[in-house]
Design a protein around this ligand. Structure first.
Ligand code: ADP
Ligand code: ZN
Length: 733
């Protein structure tokens, strides 16, 4: 790769260093005498009065005449793994595509909290022949736990015996225990491809064979692994992972949710004997450091992670998998606006390896690529267990809706009762956290809004307060109306999952209910425990947000009720139909996975809507045919392209006039239409006013280059004004 060809300027001992900052380009520095540097090396450089880390970067401009004597010198090389050419190329590519300063993308690749020191020393303890003079219950437990004479890490010994570290230290001081230096913990153990290979169905076998062949071919290729929920997509792509392990190459598996990752890790361990390395924000910083080094050294062979895992320094990446490729969580909505699925495809191309996109409801973009033959489709048409994907039946809320002030229609309530009586589980799905999405004064109609966002405050009854889902602002539920001061007049409007739980308790007094949403106190640990409890059948009715729509396996789940199947339809969002279809399909797919036939009921005000019709008919292709035709006709993605520019700032007037100035500065181009500026649907977030512009172009147009040119000729954003650029936006808020 030409990135590494020695540049002319190297002879002058000048290199460009990219800093992890929002600045346009790399800065030039002088290289001190004794230092040998290559592109990708991490170095310490002065910037103003500070020292900071940067990366030796390919030079854009070899002809620039600079006098080395005038440049500041690099302080030293930082002893960490350098960025390899593929990662340098990925960062450049993403920066170009997303129209983001490359330093901001570099930051994503350097954000691993790595300490420069290689692994802290770990100490273990072992029992000696000496016995303590003074015995306590804790000391006895510890001695018993170590009676086998084996060495244990201190933390492990403490956990096993249920004692604190000070008990161990006390016995070490008394000579009862001896400390031993342990070798550094390995970043991850190597998965065994032969640990427990299941017998695959013929369809799975065929898909797996193609994937294995692709891994062995060591070439870029995109596969869509397309199969209904429960068809065994995971088992099929595990065969590709096996092939990569056998070939001694690394695999990256991207997952949309941490909660989902947990169940996945156990499955992986069942198949391969050990868990894969994990990479997401909840992993502790020392472990991240270890994983980072292990990945760079090629010792970690499989990483399962969130979108940030894309930027790990793989030594020899041989396979990329994007599970639930349609999931909106793959789009990063702040900082660098990148879509991790699309960038995973880019990374696979740069690394010349195959990529597998797995989904039961592919994104329209991916489906179109598969239909055009650009992606190879591997189809798993049936559930492995042989059960059918649940039938979906509409409940027409106009004709058989619930009584006033209630949200569960009589028919759904009846089915839930019957299901639970027969020993099955029911799941109520409502994508609304909290108790009620709106609090209103009965006397004057005043609605409680967030002081710094244009959104209503959501009542959270468990926490006894009103919260803003945009910025986290919270206040106690007021006793009187803040506007007209009528006492006891504030009433909750509309349902959230907490309110549904109340309704279920009233309908089915004996039933065990559990709300599952990201609000669950106790975080990921607790969530995992509750998901396990549901899987063991310890809950009769689960009431959940989209969190429950994903990958969990609930063997006893027989009935799914979507309380408001229309949520998401009918806003001005071009992806609303797609999202609703995917979410409802996915939720319904939770039912009847093991041995029981599942059912799903959809409460809707628009049963005649094509999305509902396609769901009820179980006709996925009908949905895609229609949606693709509609997008093509309206030149919506992927048949047309968008770039969104959001201007924000604390001064409403300045925001508006800057948005106007931007519009006026848009370069003329025959293929581009600039829409707006208009106030964004979310007009105020965290005290910042927002105006948006949309540029729309035909497919195949170099939108990034256009926007870059636009920004170069546009007036600078001053003060706290900010312009956020989003190429291929997912959200239109
Ligand atoms: P998907 O990823 O398509 O939703 P999974 O891979 O999760 O499907 O498979 C669904 C269920 O069927 C899982 O419990 C899985 O263990 C089981 N399963 C799938 N294929 C096989 C197989 N070949 N042998 C044994 N169990 C399988
Ligand atoms: Zn707010």
């Amino acid at each position: 790769m030409e990135l590494f060809s020695p540049s002319e300027r190297q002879r002058d001992r000048i290199v460009d260093v990219l800093l992890p900052l929002a600045i346009g380009s790399a800065y030039s520095y002088r290289v001190p005498e004794a230092l040998e540097l290559a592109i990708g090396d991490i170095v310490v450089v002065p910037l103003g009065t500070r020292l900071m880390l940067g990366c030796v970067w390919p030079s854009n401009d070899d002809t620039r005449a600079v006098d080395p004597a005038k440049l500041k010198a690099i302080v030293r090389k930082y002893e960490v793994v350098p960025l390899r050419p593929d990662l340098v190329a990925l960062i450049k590519w993403i920066a170009d595509y997303t129209v983001t300063p490359p330093g901001m993308v570099l930051r994503l690749a350097l954000r691993h909290d790595e300490s420069p020191h290689v692994g802290r020393e770990r100490t273990g303890v072992r029992l000696t022949d000496k016995r303590p003079e003074r015995l306590t219950a804790a000391r006895t437990r510890l001695i018993e736990a170590l009676a086998d004479g084996l060495i244990r890490a201190k933390a492990e010994a403490a956990r096993e015996a249920g004692v604190s570290a000070s008990v161990i230290d006390g016995l070490v001081d008394d000579g009862v225990l001896k400390t031993v230096v342990l070798p550094p913990e390995p970043a991850a153990e190597t998965p065994d491809p032969n640990h427990a290979r299941p017998d695959l169905s013929p369809a799975q076998e065929q898909a797996a064979a193609e994937l294995v062949a692709a891994v062995e071919a060591r070439a870029f290729k995109v596969h869509l692994l397309d199969g209904v929920t429960g068809s065994g997509k995971t088992e099929a792509y595990f065969e590709a992972v096996s092939a990569a392990i056998r070939a001694g190459r690394q695999t990256l598996i991207l997952m949309p949710e941490i909660a989902l990752t947990q169940a996945f890790l156990d499955r992986f361990a069942k198949r391969f004997g050990v868990r894969p390395a994990q990479w997401h924000s909840a992993v502790s910083s020392p472990r991240r450091g270890r994983t980072f080094r292990g990945v760079a050294a090629g010792e970690v062979s499989v990483v399962a992670g969130a979108r940030s895992a894309l930027f790990l320094p793989f030594a020899d990446l041989g396979l990329v998998i994007v599970d639930e490729e349609h999931d909106p969580a793959y789009k990063q909505e702040d900082g660098v606006h990148y879509h991790a699925r699309d960038m995973a495809v880019v990374r696979a191309r740069l690394n010349a390896c195959p990529v597998i996109l797995a989904s039961a409801t592919p994104s329209i973009e991916t489906e179109v690529n598969a239909r055009r033959g650009r992606y190879a489709r591997l189809h798993l048409p049936e559930r492995f267990s042989g059960t059918r994907v649940p039938r979906l039946e509409p409940i027409d809320l106009r004709r058989e809706g619930p009584p006033k002030g209630k949200w569960i229609a009589p028919r759904l309530a009846e089915e839930m009762g019957r299901t639970v009586e027969a020993g099955g589980q029911a799941l109520l799905f409502l994508n609304r956290r909290g108790y009620a999405p709106l609090t209103l004064c009965r006397a004057c109609g005043h609605r409680i809004k967030c002081p710094s966002c244009s959104s209503w405050l959501v009542e959270h009854r468990f926490r006894r307060r009103l919260e803003c889902h945009q910025c986290g602002y919270a206040m106690p539920v007021p006793a009187e109306c803040p506007h007209c001061h009528a006492p006891d007049s504030m009433v909750p409007c509309g349902p959230g999952v907490e309110r549904l739980q109340e309704e279920v308790a009233a309908l089915m007094p004996g039933a065990r209910t559990q709300v599952l949403s990201s609000d669950l106190a106790g975080g990921v640990e607790r969530l995992r425990a509750e998901l396990d409890a549901v899987a063991r059948g310890e809950v009769d009715v689960v009431i959940g947000t989209q969190l429950v729509a994903k990958g969990h396996n609930f063997p006893g789940l027989a009935l799914v009720g979507a309380v408001d199947a229309d949520v998401g339809l009918g806003y001005g969002d071009p992806r609303a139909a797609e999202r609703t279809f995917q979410l409802l399909h996915q939720v319904a797919g939770r039912a009847g996975r093991a041995h029981i036939e599942g059912r799903a009921l959809l409460q809707t005000y628009m049963p005649e809507h094509p999305v509902m019709q396609a769901l009820v008919a179980g006709d996925r292709d009908a949905f895609y045919d229609r949606e693709i035709a509609a997008r093509e006709e309206a030149l919506l993605p992927p048949f047309g392209r968008f770039a969104a520019l959001v201007v924000s700032g604390t001064d409403a007037h300045a925001v508006q006039s800057h948005a106007r100035a931007l519009a006026a500065a848009s370069p003329r181009a025959e293929d581009v239409r600039v829409l707006g500026p208009a106030e964004a649907p979310l007009a105020l977030v965290r005290g910042r006013h927002r105006w948006r512009l949309l540029a729309r172009t035909p497919r195949g147009f170099d939108l990034s280059a256009y926007v870059r040119q636009w920004m170069e000729s546009a007036p600078r954003a001053r003060g706290n004004l900010r312009v956020d650029i989003d190429i291929d936006p997912q959200s239109f808020l």
